[in-house]
Design a protein around this ligand. Structure first.
Ligand code: PGA
Length: 288
């Protein structure tokens, strides 16, 4: 499985000249990359400009609306995004949840994105307070259950869904989640997503998967020093990068730090329905 590195440019850069400069620098810097897939999510208005700067970088959006078209001032249709060449769309980012986006809205957006044949990158994560209170797993499970309501158990429908674990306390703070802690969350999410989505995949005790498992990404203060550890130690299948993706050289370093090491595929159980994996997680054994 090739790692997916997603750049979330958020509300940056301000001018088209800067956008082209940043994009072209990244494009040139990663042209020899072999194993990683890179996605850039610029502000909506730059999607078509970037689409014409041909490259092997994939395009994503930072949000979409849940209706296809109509009187919804200021919203963006998933169909418009698809027509502009987007393959991915970030949904439920904590910065949008903070502005009032609810699980119910996120649920509708995921459904609309999937219907438009976009690959949704669903962001979930606990706040610092919830983490302190030991509620991380509970929060993540609730978000997943509510965000995927009415969609779960439909393997075909959800197979292109990507889940990004983005601890809110780690976003934009420089205070990234330790790979050891991230790995516990990874194993938990692997188990929960498997239960909810019922994907046809097999795992070993490290949560390393084969088959059609949904990709799990880590995001939150990723930089060129820590990027590889989330893939190699915590076993995530990719990264969601915010601040560091605005610096072309730093982002290129991140991608290169991932590229030489394709995601661990060794020790996978060969087939769905094979052995049951067990992993020690937060003091308890979970089977999956
Ligand atoms: P950050 O942002 O890398 O700046 O922490 C990540 C994100 O918000 O997706």
């Amino acid at each position: 499985m090739e790692p997916l590195i997603v750049a979330n440019w958020k509300m940056n850069p301000i001018t088209l000249a800067e956008v082209k400069n940043l994009f072209n620098s990244v494009k040139n810097g990663i042209k020899n990359i072999k194993n990683a897939k890179v996605v850039i999510c610029p502000p909506f208005v730059y999607l078509s400009n970037i689409q014409y700067l041909k490259s092997n970088i994939k395009l994503g959006a930072q949000d979409c609306f849940w209706e296809e078209k109509g009187a919804f001032t200021g919203e963006i249709s998933p169909l418009t995004l698809k027509n502009l060449g987007c393959e991915y769309v970030i949904i439920g980012h904590s910065e949008r949840r903070k502005l009032g986006e609810t699980d119910e809205m996120i649920n509708k957006k995921i459904k609309a994105a999937l219907s438009a044949k976009l690959k949704p990158i669903l962001c979930i994560g606990e706040t610092g307070e919830e983490r302190k209170q030991g509620k991380t797993f509970k929060v993540l499970k609730n978000q997943l259950k509510n965000d995927l309501k009415y969609l779960i158990s439909n393997i075909y429908y959800l197979k292109s869904l990507i889940i990004a674990y983005e601890p809110v306390w780690a976003i934009g703070t420089g205070n990234s989640c330790e790979p050891r802690e991230a790995k516990k969350v990874y194993l938990f999410l692997r188990k929960i997503s498997h239960q909810l989505i019922n994907s046809r995949a097999s795992y070993n005790s490290e949560g390393i998967c084969s088959g059609s498992a949904n990709k799990l990404l880590y995001g939150g203060s990723v930089n060129s020093e820590n990027a590889a550890s989330y893939i190699q130690e915590a076993n995530f299948q990719g990264l969601l990068v915010g601040g560091a993706s605005l610096n072309a050289q730093e982002f290129i370093k991140i991608v290169k730090s991932i590229d030489p090491a394709p995601i661990l595929q060794n020790n996978c159980f060969a087939a769905h329905g094979g052995r049951i994996g067990q992993s020690r997680l937060a003091g308890q054994y979970y089977s999956y």
